[in-house]
Design a protein around this ligand. Structure first.
Ligand SMILES: C[S@@+](CC[C@H](N)C(=O)[O-])C[C@H]1O[C@@H](n2cnc3c(N)ncnc32)[C@H](O)[C@@H]1O
Length: 255
């Protein structure tokens, strides 16, 4: 995300909007990049992650000079921000928004003429293990079926290009990253278990915590992988950034 922001070429002092900021991981990174002359507004529809993000921002402000950080609780399906932004950023949020192109189109009205839209999303279907065990195959089924039954789209990352164009944004630059978890220290087993745990309540009729034996799942996944020297490929992290400024620079470079 810092790479995406710096591609806009004018990071310090920016006014940034972080959509679906959650507990503030990306927001705090953006605050560091824009510096004390900049400001970041985080928006999320859920009060509890916002509360955590507020606490983290307060602790940051107590430790050092930082950007002006503020938050608003709102639903992105209808949210109309006040004022103009130099950058609108978001990570792992479009997958929850059914009408994402129209949401981006609406938010773009609050983007300055040379502003940047920078979004990172996942492609869950690229989650894989090599060599694959029956236990991992079952885990992937639980996760993908759970996400589908919660109405979440699995390939929001690959769809970013089309989503940006449908939103009327300039053609984005895109990059993709994938981590490979291996060995006993890897935290991918806990991450996957955490995702599955978040899918358990109500909406997921795929399996219950008891059937999954969720409390011991991370340890069993680790033992299974370590015993076979297996590696786990995380879902693709697909990033797209788009701005008139980036497009002009690209064209200039070609001349
Ligand atoms: C997976 S978390 C990502 C949080 C953060 N962007 C990050 O990368 O750490 C998704 C966040 O989007 C928020 N969210 C999902 N749909 C939303 C909507 N329609 N309006 C506002 N926030 C939404 C959720 O409440 C959650 O905090």
């Amino acid at each position: 995300m810092s790479d995406l922001l710096s591609r806009a070429g004018r990071a310090p002092g920016m006014r940034v909007l972080d959509v679906g900021c959650g507990v503030g991981d990306v927001l705090l990174l953006a605050a560091r990049i824009v510096g004390e002359k900049g400001s970041v507004l985080g928006v999320d529809r859920s009060a509890s992650p916002l509360e955590i993000a507020r606490g983290r921002a307060k602790r940051r402000a107590a430790l050092c000079e930082t950007a002006t950080i503020s938050f608003v609780e709102a639903d992105l399906n209808t949210f109309e921000p006040d004022g103009a932004f130099d950058a609108i950023i978001g990570r792992f949020v479009l997958l929850y928004v059914p009408e994402r192109a129209s949401m981006l189109r609406r938010l773009t009205r609050s983007l300055r003429r040379v502003g940047v839209m920078a979004i990172q999303e996942l492609d869950v279907s690229s989650l894989a293990q090599t060599p694959e065990s029956p236990m991992f195959a079952q885990l992937r089924r639980w996760i993908t079926d759970g996400l589908k039954s919660a109405g979440v789209e699995l390939d929001t990352g690959s769809q970013l290009y089309a989503t940006f164009l449908r939103a009327g944004l300039p053609r984005p630059q895109m990059v993709c990253a994938q981590l490979v978890h291996c060995g006993p220290e890897a935290r991918g087993y806990e991450d996957a278990t955490q995702v599955l745990r978040s899918l358990l309540p109500k909406r997921n009729r795929v399996a219950t915590a008891t059937e999954i034996e969720i409390d011991s799942l991370a340890d069993r996944l680790r033992q299974d992988a370590v015993a076979r020297d297996a590696v786990v490929f995380t879902p693709w992290f697909v990033s797209a950034s788009s701005s008139d400024a980036i497009l002009k620079r690209e064209r200039g470079a070609r001349c």
